[in-house]
Design a protein around this ligand. Structure first.
Ligand SMILES: *Cc1c(COP(=O)(O)O)cnc(C)c1O
Length: 403
C-alpha cells in the first residue's frame, strides 16, 4: 500500500510539473518597502499595505496599549466571553467611517465573506458572482447551497440576463418565501487592479430586486472623498446593502468586517458561523485597526493617499517608458501579465536578483496561462525606491512578453 506521504508526494510532483509549486519565503523584518530575505535587503513591491501603515508608529502604539490593558488573547468567541471593549470601539469607528448604521468585525476578510454569505442565503436562493471575484467569495458561494451563477468579468449585460432568469424563477423550494438574489463583486479587482462598473451594477440590481455585496478590500482607504471606498467615489454607498472589507490591506492590521444596516449586523451576529464559532481577534490587531481607521481619516491619511497616487503614476509612466505594456488601471495594483507560469516565475527571480521583490501570481489565484507579476505600490515607497524599480524593469522587461 502506498504510504500517506507517497500519495501526497504525487500531488506535489504534479503541482511542480505544472509550474505551480509554491513555498513560503521567510521575511526577517517588518512589513515595509525594504524587507530582509535570506540576509539580503529587497525592495518590496508586493504588499497590500498601500498606505504604509503596517509598521506605522501610531498602529504599533495602539497595539501595545491594547496588550497592556486587555492582554494578548481575547479568551473566547465574541458571543461567549470575548467581546472586549476594543472590538466595540473598532466597530463604532468602522460604522462612522463608512457612514453605515453598524459594523461587525471578523478574524479575516475571508471569514467575513464566508460567514456573511452563509447567513444571508440558503438553498433555493441565487448567488451571482463576477468571474474574477476573490476565492473567499467563491468558497462562500459554494458553501451556502444557493444556486451559483457567474457572469463574465464586468459584463453588466451578462449580469442582467442572469438576474432576469433569477427574478422570474420559481419561489424558494423550502418555503413560499421570495427567492433571494445576491450579487457579489469587488470594487477594485485584486489581481487585475481594474474597477467594477458600479453604477450600472447598482441600477441593475435595483431593477431586479436583488441585493449587492461589494468587496472593497483594495479600495477602502484609497477612493472617495472620505476614503471609504469606490462606492463613495461613485456616490453609491447608501445603495449597497452589504459592504465587505479587510483590515489587513490599506488599514495595515488584520481582520475583516461588514458594514450595513443595524438589521444586517444583528443578523450576522446571530447567524454568521465564522463569527459565532471562532475566537475573537486579538486586542492588539483590533486596536491597531481602529488606530488605522482614525489615521486614514486624518490629514495624514489624505497626504498618504495623495502620495500613493503620485507614486502609482510614476511607476505606471516609468513602466510604459521602459517598454513594459501594462493594462490601463486606476488602482495601486499594476498587473504585468506574462502568461506562461514558468516565465512569470523566472521574471520574478530575475527581478529578485536585482533586489526587487515581486512574486509571480499563478493558477489557481488567476486563470491558467494568465500568470503575472502583481506589482503593488505603497505611499511608503520613496522616489529612489521607484527609480530602482524602474531601472530593474528596464533591464528585465525587453525579454518577457507582457500583453
Ligand atoms: C485579501 C482579500 C480578501 C480576504 O481578506 P483577508 O482579510 O486577507 O482574509 C477578500 N477579498 C479580496 C478581494 C481580497 O483581496
Amino acid at each position: 500500500m502506498e504510504s500517506f506521504d507517497d500519495q501526497l508526494q504525487q500531488q506535489l510532483d504534479a503541482i511542480r510539473d505544472a509550474g505551480l509549486y509554491r513555498e513560503l519565503r521567510r521575511i526577517d523584518s517588518a512589513q515595509s518597502p525594504h524587507i530582509a530575505i535570506l540576509g539580503r535587503s529587497l525592495l518590496n513591491f508586493s504588499s497590500n499595505d498601500y498606505l504604509g501603515l503596517a509598521n506605522h508608529p501610531a498602529l504599533k502604539e495602539a497595539a501595545c496599549k491594547a496588550v497592556e490593558q486587555f492582554g494578548a488573547g481575547s479568551g473566547g468567541s465574541r458571543l461567549i466571553s470575548g467581546s472586549l471593549a476594543p472590538h466595540h470601539q473598532l466597530e463604532e469607528s468602522l460604522a462612522r467611517f463608512k457612514g453605515a448604521q453598524a459594523a461587525v468585525s471578523f478574524s479575516s476578510g475571508y471569514a467575513a465573506a464566508l460567514g456573511t454569505i452563509g447567513a444571508l442565503l440558503d438553498k433555493g436562493d441565487v448567488i451571482v458572482l463576477d468571474k474574477l471575484v476573490h476565492a473567499s467569495i467563491v468558497d462562500a458561494a459554494r458553501l451556502c447551497q444557493a444556486k451559483l451563477r457567474v457572469f463574465d468579468h464586468n459584463d453588466v449585460t451578462g449580469l442582467g440576463k442572469i438576474l432576469k432568469w433569477a427574478s422570474t424563477g420559481p419561489k424558494a423550494a423550502a418555503s413560499s418565501r421570495k427567492r433571494r438574489i445576491l450579487i457579489v463583486t469587488e470594487s477594485v479587482f485584486s489581481m487585475d487592479g481594474d474597477l467594477a462598473p458600479l453604477r450600472e451594477i447598482v441600477e441593475m440590481k435595483e431593477r431586479h430586486g436583488a441585493w449587492l455585496m461589494l468587496d472593497e478590500a483594495h479600495a477602502t482607504g484609497l477612493f472617495g472623498q472620505h476614503r471609504r471606498g469606490l462606492a463613495e467615489a461613485f456616490e453609491l454607498g447608501h445603495r449597497v446593502e452589504i459592504q465587505l472589507g479587510t483590515l489587513g490591506k490599506a488599514f495595515g492590521s488584520a481582520g475583516g468586517y461588514v458594514c450595513g444596516s443595524r438589521k444586517l449586523i444583528e443578523l450576522l451576529i446571530n447567524k454568521a458561523r465564522s463569527f459565532i464559532f471562532s475566537t475573537a481577534p486579538t486586542p492588539a490587531t483590533t486596536a491597531a485597526a481602529t488606530a488605522a481607521i482614525e489615521l486614514v481619516q486624518s490629514d495624514e491619511g489624505e497626504r498618504r493617499r495623495n502620495l500613493l497616487w503620485s507614486n502609482v503614476d510614476r511607476v505606471k509612466n516609468g513602466l510604459v517608458t521602459s517598454g513594459c505594456q501594462i493594462p490601463v488601471v486606476r488602482s495601486a495594483i499594476i498587473p504585468i501579465i506574462v502568461g506562461d507560469e514558468a516565465k512569470a516565475v523566472s521574471l520574478s527571480s530575475a527581478l529578485s536578483e536585482l533586489g526587487i521583490f515581486i512574486p509571480a501570481i499563478r493558477y489557481p489565484t488567476v486563470a491558467r496561462g494568465e500568470a503575472r507579476l502583481r506589482l503593488t505600490v505603497s505611499a511608503a515607497h520613496s522616489s529612489s525606491d521607484i527609480a530602482t524599480l524602474l531601472g530593474a524593469f528596464t533591464r528585465c522587461c525587453e525579454k518577457p512578453r507582457p500583453t
